[in-house]
Every structure is written in structure tokens, then in C-alpha cells.
Design a protein around this ligand. Sequence first.
Ligand code: SAM
Length: 238
Amino acid sequence: MNRFFVSDIGPDEAVITGEDLKHLVSVLRLRKGDHVMLSDGRGSECEGEIEHVEPGRARVKTGPWRPCVSEPHHKLTLFQCLPKAGKMETIIQKSTELGMNALVPTRSARCVVQPGRDFDKKLQRYRKVAREAAMQSHRGLIPEVLPLVELKQADLSIFDTVYVAYEGEKEQSLKHVMADRPGRRIALFVGPEGGFEPDEVACLVKKGAKVVSLGPRILRTETAGMAMVAQILFELGE
Ligand code: SAM
């Protein structure tokens, strides 16, 4: 069944607008009486029946809301150091499919790409990618794409566990450190194409991060985050 994110939710009805409405009408050609799944974008979902389609909105009669079964219980935030052009979209799309909860674009010393004045526009684009990937993969939540942070200034106090994937770490595997249960809110750091500076890793460790190896092969920056999200949720049975 086709899924839509709605924010305009009443006691027994919800309204679909904007791009989703266009998709519903022009691409899927849904009409009155058709059934859809609705997500509130915060982890709940319900089944609904289209009651009325008019210019600018479609009204859907909603059934009971329930927690979305596809949503992982563990909340993974990926601090992704800025990769070269176009890669961030891929990282957001694939990590959303795999169950990421939020992404923080992060600037570190070896980032080749600088955020630039149009970064706000890029953020809008990234959020659209997250929304579309969440719809496609039947998530109950749209992963947040947060504003840019400087690596050394990242606030890690809200996380139960922080893992830094460091190409210089040869011993400690992710599986091994996960033997200490990580808690529910987990942050992951992935470096840019040029990797991390040792003092960046030291700074994160000082804030409580655990350094991990992702194995004997060096992964591209756009692969490393996805690999971590997949492995962590697999180890946690999600
Ligand atoms: N330039 C670095 C080098 O040649 O060793 C490689 C950097 S890698 C392309 C980009 C990022 O992916 C790294 O900073 C790290 O966060 C992550 N990464 C890739 N492979 C990894 C591995 N085997 N273990 C841990 N982290 C890895």
C-alpha cells in the first residue's frame, strides 16, 4: 500500500498536501475510496481511506494510530564529514533505508569540500532526499538532517554511546565494542575522503567516543556510514 507522511492530523482524519498530493493524484492516480498508509513522521502509522480529493488537498479518513513496526528502537545519528559532490545524497538515501535516525553534516580538517554560502539550499535538498527515502522504505519517521557542525565542537552529551570509525584502528572491531550494550541513542562518526586527523579522533575519545575498525579493507566515506548503520542494527537484532 502506498505510504504518505502527514502533519495535518485530526481525531479521525488527516490531510495530504504539497508534493505528496501531486504524487497521489498524478503518478499513483489514487482516488476516493482507495486505501493508503499514513505516517506522522514521528514513528506512528495508520491505515486510511481517501475520502475526498480537491485542488490543494486530499482528505483521508484514518483508522487507529499505532507505533510503526519498521522503526528501529535504537536511534542512530550519523555524523558524516562532508564528502565530495553528490555523495551526501547517496549516504542519506541509503542510510535512511537502513534505519538511520538523523544525519549531521560535519566539517573536519581534511574535508576537501567546504560548505559554501549555498549550504542552506543543500540542507533543503538533503531533507527532501531523506523524506523520499523514508516514504519509499516504509519508515515511520523522516530522519532529520541537522545543520552543519564542526567536528571538534559536536555536542555528544545526548548520546548513550559514540562510535568513531577510524581507519587507523586495527584491533577493535565494531562487533567487539558492541559487546558492551550501547544504549538507545548512538552516534557514529565517519571521516571524509582524506580520513581523520589523529587529534580529531583524540578529541572525540576525550568526549567518551569508542574508536572502531570496520575491518581490514578501507571503505569509501560513502560506504562506511551505511556499513555501520547496517551492522549496528543487525547486531541489535533490528
Ligand atoms: N584516506 C584514508 C586512508 O587512506 O586510510 C581513508 C579514509 S576512508 C576513505 C573515509 C572514512 O571512512 C574514514 O575516515 C573512516 O571514518 C571510514 N573508514 C573507511 N574504512 C574504514 C575501516 N576499515 N575501518 C574504520 N573506518 C573506516
